[in-house]
Design a protein around this ligand. Structure first.
Ligand SMILES: [Zn+2]
Length: 307
């Protein structure tokens, strides 16, 4: 029953989104036509500008994150212990630091063991060697041992086109080898195909191997989503908060509060990803990387309730 209600709610949400966009467009077009009839040419440019401003505001309003004080309502994730075996799946060389750098630093500090699987090779602009070198430097700051890395070398932006059985077999082999009691992987609601495909494949493995699910805590993380993180700039005094659109009964959002020195070390690690911070990479990559330097990190835990 609850599932049915939830599906209906999702349908209503989707419908209301399109309705809102449609109404905004209709208003914009009406104003545009009205102006167009009575005003000379330069007014068109003013109108285009106003329309863009309205569209941007609607976008920002629709994809806003929860307000800063709501961080106090979140529960903490379990802090790492000495005996922990933590396996982090990072779609690209940098996601491990962006999303979980603080948690990895805390784990290393607690003498837990950390393994990192880098799925894609970061070959955009043939930069794979550079990206791997940056990964090595960043993870040295995080304190993860070199022999605990797995590189699967898939070219960027291709994971959803790869043979999923092969990828799955590779993931499964690593999980069985490491025997983690904690697996950290991308949230399947992430907008980047390499991210959500990594998440989807891990979920499939877990769904079919109850032993893995019973022995390991599963944490997911979000990197790419509209307007996330917000504000998308370096603001280390702020908290990282989830997009309102992704707050639902299906997932619980949990926080990891980072002591100041851990946050500083995370920034230091991020600064090693020079290729991603470069303006040549476009404005978004830089903004995302720096926007994740916050007083906390966020993980999602899927609600296991099945009806
Ligand atoms: Zn990525």
């Amino acid at each position: 029953m609850k599932k049915k209600i939830r599906t209906t709610k999702t349908k209503i949400r989707k419908f209301s989104f399109f309705a809102e966009v449609l109404i905004t467009l209709l208003i914009a077009v009406s104003i545009f036509r009205w102006y167009f009839q009575i005003l000379p040419q330069p007014a068109i440019f003013v109108l285009v500008l106003i329309t863009l401003l309205i569209a941007t505001s609607v976008f920002r309003w629709y994809f806003q994150v929860l307000p800063q004080p709501s961080i106090f309502l979140f529960r903490n994730v379990e802090l790492p212990k000495k005996s922990d075996r933590i396996l982090v799946f990072s779609p690209h060389p940098d996601d491990e630091t962006i999303a979980t750098g603080g948690y990895i630093l805390e784990s290393v500090r607690a003498n837990a063991s950390v393994w990192i699987v880098v799925v894609m090779n970061g070959n955009w602009l043939h930069q794979e060697q550079k990206r791997y070198k940056e990964f090595e430097e960043a993870t040295r700051v995080l304190g993860v041992a070199k022999e605990n890395f797995f590189f699967l070398n898939y070219p960027d932006d291709t994971l959803d086109k790869q043979d999923s059985y092969q990828v799955r077999a590779e993931f499964e082999k690593i999980i069985l080898e490491v025997k983690p009691n904690m697996i950290i992987f991308p949230d399947t609601r992430d907008k980047n195909p390499d991210h959500y495909t990594t998440g989807k494949i891990i979920k499939e493995i877990i769904a079919e191997n109850s032993a893995i699910a019973n022995n390991a805590t599963l944490y997911q993380y979000l990197v790419h989503y509209h307007g996330y993180p917000s504000p998308n700039k370096l603001a280390p005094q702020l908290y990282l908060l989830p997009p309102i659109r992704l707050v639902s009964f299906d997932y619980e959002w949990k926080r990891v509060m980072l002591p100041q020195e851990i946050e500083e070390q995370k920034l230091e690690a991020i600064l090693h990803y020079k290729s991603q911070l470069s303006r040549l990479r476009g404005p978004f990559s830089r903004k995302i990387l720096l926007g994740f330097v916050r007083q906390n990190e966020l993980f999602t835990v899927e609600n296991q309730e099945k009806e």
